[in-house]
Design a protein around this ligand. Structure first.
Ligand SMILES: Nc1ncnc2c1ncn2[C@@H]1O[C@H](COP(=O)(O)OP(=O)(O)OP(=O)(O)O)[C@@H](O)[C@H]1O
Length: 255
């Protein structure tokens, strides 16, 4: 398996605070990688760096060998990197399907004039977007809720809808920021099953998550950050018995 994403010696500082410090990571294509660490370790900042929200103070980020850390977020999405956020960001007054159709926007080829004139090519593109959006919500087991307002969904369903929307941009790398947060054990089990299905479709998964049981059952490799620095990287079993990890979590059980 080749490296899909390469984070090469990346540092970002905010004033006097180094949020991510000389980070090196390579994500194998088709894998599930987790990034864990205590609160404030820099995990979301890594996602913000990959998706172009932040620019590294030092270092480089490559996606399929292409330097991406100077590209704006929409270009990075267009190259095939999608993400969800720690806090749910849905249009609660729009339907489930419309929330997902918005995720297609970055792939849409229709110009403003095309859309106004509703040319045959625009109509065909609209039909394709509708079909692809249905595929995404079917995958996340929300097809029967397609016309419901997103705000009426349960918490677990809203989190799944966010993933459906991210999938609508047809990514090859999907970054999930705390996807299981606030879910009950049954919702977490359903989510884990869906993430495995997404992986089987060939999409690489990069996951930030606090729920250790969820992470250890799902990820093939786990990278641990503390105060912005990578303290270790390995299989879930290796990471769980690493003394540096146990110390970082202040003696809390990891597993
Ligand atoms: N835009 C910013 N300006 C200033 N400080 C920032 C900014 N973004 C992140 N930080 C700081 O960087 C550090 C890492 O934050 P980050 O949100 O990446 O941590 P995290 O590991 O995702 O934490 P959590 O698990 O609590 O979500 C924190 O100290 C945070 O306050």
């Amino acid at each position: 398996m080749s490296g899909l994403l390469k984070i090469d010696n990346v540092t970002i500082s905010f004033g006097g605070l180094t949020a991510v410090d000389s980070l090196n990571m390579t994500l194998a294509e088709g894998s599930i990688r987790a990034l864990i660490g205590p609160n404030g370790a820099g995990k979301s900042t890594v996602f913000n760096l990959i998706t172009g929200i932040y620019t590294p103070s030092k270092g480089q980020i490559f996606f399929r060998g292409r330097l991406i850390n100077k590209l704006p977020p929409h270009k990075i999405t267009g190259l095939g990197i999608a993400r969800t956020f720690q806090n749910i960001r849905l249009f609660t007054n729009l339907s489930v399907i419309d929330n997902v159709k918005i995720g297609h926007h970055c792939r849409s080829k229709a110009s403003f004039i095309d859309a106004l004139l509703r040319s045959p090519s625009t109509k065909k593109e609209e039909a394709d977007i509708q079909r692809q959006a249905m595929d995404c919500i079917t995958l996340m087991e929300l097809a029967d809720k397609a016309d419901e307002m997103a705000g009426n969904l349960s918490y677990g369903e809203q989190r799944r809808l966010e993933i459906a929307r991210a999938l609508a941009s047809n990514p090859s790398l999907l970054c999930l920021d705390e996807p299981a947060a606030g879910m009950n054990p049954i919702e977490k089990e359903t989510l884990a099953k869906m993430i495995k299905k997404i992986k089987k479709m060939g999409i690489t998964i990069f996951l930030v998550e606090h729920d250790m049981k969820f992470v250890m059952n799902l990820a093939e490799r786990v990278t641990v950050l503390d105060y912005g620095k990578k303290i270790t990287s390995g299989t879930p079993a290796e990471v769980q018995r690493d003394p540096a990890v146990i110390k970082a979590y202040l003696g809390k059980e990891v597993g």
